[in-house]
Design a protein around this ligand. Structure first.
Ligand SMILES: [Cu+2]
Length: 130
């Protein structure tokens, strides 16, 4: 017989650390959503401007509580419409306005189905003369 031992699972441990760290009630923390894939990729240098941004997570995310920004160095947001969750329920995406060569910072925040919010940011570049 195999008894489940949550304390040996990194995800569950992380979840508990975050729950206690934020002072939230200690519930059963099952499924924080963390990114598994990003487009454009973090720290990538693109030769053509992407027309959309997409981040996939390891657990389903709620569209209505998702936030997504793509900021240039003047803090102008180039996300063209409210982000939506694709049919896989894991991928958050949004169309982008026309991006010029330069550096961009992606800032995201999502609510997983276990009610826990995760957030993060990363940068990418578009090569070219600017
Ligand atoms: Cu969680």
């Amino acid at each position: 017989m195999v008894l489940p031992n949550l304390s040996t699972k990194p995800v569950a441990t992380l979840c508990l650390i975050l729950v206690f760290g934020l002072g939230a009630f200690p519930g059963i923390a099952a499924a924080h959503a963390y990114p598994t894939r990003e487009y454009p990729k973090a720290k990538s240098v693109l030769t053509e401007a992407p027309t959309k941004i997409a981040i996939s997570f390891d657990d389903p995310v709620e569209a209505s509580f998702a936030r997504l920004q793509v900021l240039n160095d003047m803090n102008t947001d180039f996300v063209a419409a409210a982000p939506r969750v694709e049919s896989d329920r894991l991928t958050l995406s949004a169309p982008l306005k026309r991006l010029s060569p330069g550096s961009y910072r992606v800032i995201w925040s999502v609510l997983a189905e276990d009610g826990h919010r995760t957030k993060g940011s990363y940068t990418f570049k578009i090569a070219g003369t600017n």
